[in-house]
Design a protein around this ligand. Structure first.
Ligand code: GYE
Length: 328
């Protein structure tokens, strides 16, 4: 009898413990400040964060900053006032976060960074960051390009001795733009063919389709018969640029080689249609890793300071085959 009682008591305790732990999981409140909705990539990223929060039973306070750092700072300040358990955010630009992160630290709320990188005076202002390796993406872009030029024996359209490149940069001051620019430049400088290339023009298109189209239109106005190559820091700007290239009576992917970053469905479709040449993958599906890491932090477990998600490179000849497997 005594044994039975003990067993009953033990199982009641186990049930109680289990229900307490699920209740705890449900009670976790995480504030998340997203940049906005500037690209197909960003939409996939947002959807993934929301879906992962549901799977993890998180009470998610999601805030969209509409491309403004000041809105992100306001959102973070609100999360602090609401005493959330953890704050996550995507830094729209790399700098300008020290003060608000100090406020979070004073309130003892851990901060987990997602996607873009940031630079702060004191690394203890955030617990960890997960995201993409923009520098390596930029290198992969150039290396793909250099290989393509070599294999196809690409010659300058203007009959000159250099292949002219135009660049559509991402948001000024964002790690995604500076990383991709540096990676591309470093790989170019390291190439044995570096003298083949000339950077004709480089300007921001703010990661949007609309600005990609506008800036490409102005590049074409100035250099119509000179541009051989377009490097767009994201697919959306490349998709906008394709419209301008076609409107000018030029053939995208033929007159102008087009390479960009992200790997969204839109660029796969363009590759299938023969209008883009390659995309270097940047993986927006970071929600799972984000909430796994957040839970570990809140349990007091140690997590790596910085983790990059895995990414590949896709070319137009494989686009149709790969398309059905793409998740974003
Ligand atoms: O490449 C672009 C987006 O931060 C890596 O932001 C991200 C970039 C992505 O708007 O499409």
């Amino acid at each position: 009898m005594k044994l039975v009682k003990t067993l009953v008591a033990a199982s009641i305790a186990a049930v109680l413990a289990a229900s307490v732990s699920t209740a705890m999981a449900k009670d976790l409140t995480i504030g998340f400040s997203q940049i906005g909705a500037e690209s197909e990539w960003r939409t996939a990223n947002t959807n993934d964060v929301k879906a992962a929060a549901q799977r993890h039973n998180i009470n998610l306070k999601f805030s969209d900053a509409q491309q403004k750092q000041e809105n992100q700072i306001k959102a973070i300040r609100t999360f602090i006032a609401q005493k959330v358990d953890l704050i996550g955010f995507v830094p729209i630009v790399a700098t300008g976060w020290d003060n608000i992160l100090r406020e979070a630290k004073r309130a003892k709320i851990p901060v987990l960074i997602m996607d873009r990188d940031l630079s702060v005076s004191d690394d203890s202002l955030y617990v960890a960051k997960i995201g993409t390796d923009s520098y390596t993406e930029g290198k992969k872009v150039f290396n793909w390009l250099d290989n393509y030029v070599e294999k196809n024996n690409l010659k300058p359209r203007d009959g000159g001795d250099k292949l002219n490149i135009v660049i559509l940069e991402g948001t000024v001051g964002s790690s995604a733009a500076t990383g991709r620019a540096h990676g591309f430049d470093d790989a170019l400088k390291a190439s044995e063919h570096k003298d083949r290339y000339n950077i004709l023009a480089s300007q921001t298109g703010d990661f949007t389709r609309q600005k990609g189209q506008e800036v490409m239109e102005s590049f074409i106005k100035s250099y119509r018969d000179k541009i051989d190559i377009l490097f767009a820091h994201n697919d959306d700007m490349a998709l906008g640029a394709i419209q301008s290239i076609e409107a000018a009576g030029l053939k995208p992917a033929k007159d102008i080689v087009i390479v960009s970053v992200d790997g969204v469905k839109g660029i796969f479709q363009a590759m299938i249609d023969g209008k883009a040449n390659a995309t270097v993958e940047c993986n927006p599906l970071q929600g799972e890793l984000f909430f796994e890491t957040a839970k570990k932090i809140l349990k007091g477990e140690k997590v790596p300071k910085s983790v990059f998600v895995e990414e590949g490179v896709f070319t137009s000849d494989k686009a149709a085959e790969v398309f059905p497997t793409r998740k974003y």
